[in-house]
Design a protein around this ligand. Structure first.
Ligand SMILES: Nc1ncnc2c1ncn2[C@@H]1O[C@H](COP(=O)(O)OP(=O)(O)OP(=O)(O)O)[C@@H](O)[C@H]1O
Length: 264
């Protein structure tokens, strides 16, 4: 196994990243790549450094050392919206859905954020904005259908069941038209059927060529869906390989002993 290579064109590169919190080393010398169109999962026992790594990779936390680049551009010092405009979009563990407006309006607002069509002009129904608005509404439907919540378009965001709110969170991320999606524990708190729906969405996104980095606790889900898995333990990468390589890796098995299978 080679921890630094992928057979696909690398687009997200984590290079010699270290994060120190005072005297605590949360991440030490982390190196890995995510290739174009690849689905990579970052896993590890509790406290391994996954959330810290995710925050560095999404540009939310500045590393103490090293750098993260997306298509060759360093994320160091970029604001969250600047990272998004590069095509790298994250979801949050807590959903960032607007409760008091409909599912459809949620996605429409997400689309407005990245287009030139002015919300004011749309509200005033000016001719130029009317055409742009029709195109945006069409795109909103496409996203809702892709995610599988189009039948709930008229429901309030806050009234959706938990799993569907997470799906709406992905729909909002997709409204930013990302080439790479970073998903933070997307199936935590979901029941088995919600998880199955989420996995089928991930497969659809892969078929569309999206690059996906997943930080997740649910081992069976990660094993089933990933092209490659990176395992962190005590802030250090201990393995980087295919699901079957990871499942049989003695150091990974040792790290997970006593942690149970599901909540690894
Ligand atoms: N802001 C912070 N200040 C100080 N220490 C921190 C901070 N954030 C994380 N840590 C420490 O860094 C280490 C890695 O934490 P992190 O939350 O990244 O792990 P994790 O793998 O996401 O854990 P879990 O699976 O439990 O969510 C832990 O020892 C944690 O206590």
């Amino acid at each position: 196994m080679n921890a630094e290579t992928t057979s696909r064109q690398p687009i997200l590169a984590i290079e010699h990243v270290a994060v120190h919190f005072g005297g605590l080393i949360a991440i030490s010398d982390m190196n890995f790549h995510v290739g174009e169109g690849e689905l990579v999962s970052l896993i590890g026992p509790n406290g391994a450094g996954k959330t810290t790594a995710f925050n560095v990779i999404t540009g939310f936390l500045k590393p103490t050392k090293g750098r993260v680049t997306f298509r060759g551009t360093s994320l160091n010092g970029l604001k969250p919206h600047e990272v998004t405009s590069l095509g790298l979009v994250r979801t949050f563990q807590r959903t960032s859905v607007f409760d008091k407006i409909t599912v459809f309006e949620n996605v429409l607002i997400g689309l407005h954020r990245r287009t030139a069509a002015s919300l004011f002009g749309t509200l005033m129904s000016l001719p130029k904005e009317r055409n742009a608005e029709a195109a945006l509404r069409e795109q909103a439907w496409e996203i809702l259908k892709l995610v599988g919540i189009d039948h709930q378009a008229d429901e309030l965001g806050g009234s959706l069941p938990y799993g569907d709110q997470r799906l709406l969170g992905v729909a909002l991320a997709l409204a930013a038209d990302p080439s790479a999606l970073l998903l933070d524990e997307p199936v935590s708190g979901m029941n088995a059927s919600e998880t199955a729906r989420f996995v089928s969405l991930l497969n659809k996104l892969r078929a569309k060529g999206k690059t996906i980095l997943l930080v997740e606790h649910d081992m069976p889900m990660v094993m089933g869906v990933s092209d490659r898995i990176v395992v962190l333990n005590y802030g250090r990468i201990i393995a980087n390989g295919t699901p079957s390589e990871i499942q049989n890796d003695p150091e990974v098995i040792q790290a997970y002993l006593g942690q149970g299978v599901k909540h690894a």
